[in-house]
Design a protein around this ligand. Structure first.
Ligand SMILES: Nc1ncnc2c1ncn2[C@@H]1O[C@H](COP(=O)(O)OP(=O)(O)OP(=O)(O)O)[C@@H](O)[C@H]1O
Ligand SMILES: [Mg+2]
Length: 370
């Protein structure tokens, strides 16, 4: 039943707005693919194009190897959870969830009893079994959202399309539902395309993440790829809490060696990286807040920093530090560290970077350097 989805060179314009800009994407069979990106980047539009609710101006949509671009939504065998629920107000929760099966009852060979048994199962999974006799108008936003999700999960189509299906749940319920949803998807093995602008959700649920910005796909990769090896400065600054620190630097040639020259940092660039670079090139140094160690005393390879703000986070702390020399404009970086000792604003500390986990980007294009 399960399928591969392939988007080939999709373009969608709304007047002057290019909502989807030459998107190429292959979603593998049984994969959980997350489309991640900021508001307005084209996630919903992309999903609606796959569902057949929107027609692309250019490009083709394939499900398995079949070109479905001209097929009606009902002929594509996909189930979609909409960002704005779209429940039937006059039907009970039970009948809202049952609806996709009721209309296909003959074709599926199911009795009403069998359908309602399935409704109960999926309602239990989403913890809404007490609400089955109510109408959508009698539910909270988060409850309505789970009904909408149940209505998609009750089906076993080729593809599940989910548009921010957990966005209205409280933090705890959201964490629980993430795990339930992920487990169910694993069990039934239905190819799933899941839209969110929540990077934590993407990192925890996805087999692969496609990061979108301004209608384009910037990077596709496993959560680990996206987190540790961002291919573009946009990805680096969109992922992580807090996101990657970005420091403006310049290259400097001395004694035939190329140096990275940044506020508070002076370091030789390894020859294998340097061979792709020139003198006086503007670079961006990317450093994740969690890959920096904080010391009280200077070491051979440490960066002097002054604490500006301390943000407690339970077992961890986020330090806001200035790494520029005193007479220069501030360069602020955030560092995440264990809350095992007290830090105070005004204190001087010494930072040790994990240079194996540093990213370098071309300041002009934003692209990562090899
Ligand atoms: N029917 C429409 N008519 C005109 N413009 C539209 C239409 N639908 C979407 N757009 C525009 O296309 C762009 C992409 O919209 P889309 O809804 O796909 O974004 P999104 O990534 O889902 O954002 P969000 O995270 O806020 O839901 C936006 O600039 C939006 O204003
Ligand atoms: Mg959207």
């Amino acid at each position: 039943m399960t399928a591969r989805v392939y988007l080939k060179n999709i373009v969608k314009r709304f007047g002057k707005v290019v909502a989807v800009d030459h998107v190429n994407l292959e979603v593998r069979e049984k994969e959980f693919l997350v489309l991640l990106g900021p508001s307005g980047c084209g996630k919903t539009t992309t999903l609606r194009i796959i569902a057949g609710l929107e027609f692309p101006d250019e490009g083709r949509v394939y499900i398995d190897d079949k070109d479905v671009t001209d097929l009606e939504p009902k002929d594509r065998d996909v189930a979609m959870v909409f960002q704005n629920y779209a429940l039937y107000p006059h039907l009970t929760v039970r009948d809202n969830i049952a609806f996709p099966l009721i209309i296909r009852r003959k074709q599926l060979g199911l009795t009403r009893e069998e359908i309602y048994k399935k409704v109960l199962e999926v309602a239990k999974l989403l913890r809404i079994e007490e609400l089955l006799d109510r109408k959508p108008g009698q539910l909270s936003g988060g409850q309505q959202q789970r009904v909408a999700l149940a209505r998609a999960l009750i089906r076993r189509p080729k593809v599940w399309l989910m548009d921010e299906p957990l966005s209205n749940l409280d933090a705890l319920l959201r964490l629980q539902m993430r795990a339930e949803l992920k487990r169910l998807q694993r069990e039934v093995g239905i190819t799933t395309i899941y839209v969110t602008h929540d990077q934590a959700e993407a990192l925890s649920m996805a087999d692969r993440i496609a990061v979108m910005n301004k209608g384009r796909i910037v990077q596709v990769g496993t959560p680990e790829d996206i987190y540790l090896r961002p291919q573009h400065v946009f990805v680096a600054t969109f992922i992580g809490t807090p996101p990657m620190n970005i420091i403006r630097c310049i290259t400097d040639l001395r004694n035939n060696k190329l140096y990275l020259h940044c506020p508070g940092i002076e370091r030789e660039i390894p020859p294998e990286v340097a061979k792709h670079l020139r003198e006086d090139m503007e670079l961006l140094l990317g450093m994740r807040p969690e890959f920096v160690e904080v010391h009280k005393e200077p070491g051979p390879d440490t960066i002097k920093a002054k604490i500006l703000v301390v943000e407690p986070q339970g077992s961890e702390l986020i330090l806001n530090l200035n790494i520029s020399p005193e007479d220069r404009e501030e360069t602020i970086v955030k560092v995440k560290t264990k809350a095992t000792r007290k830090y105070s604003p005004g204190e001087t500390v010494y930072l040790e970077l994990d240079w194996t986990k540093i990213s370098l980007f071309d300041a002009k294009t934003g692209k990562a350097l090899a």
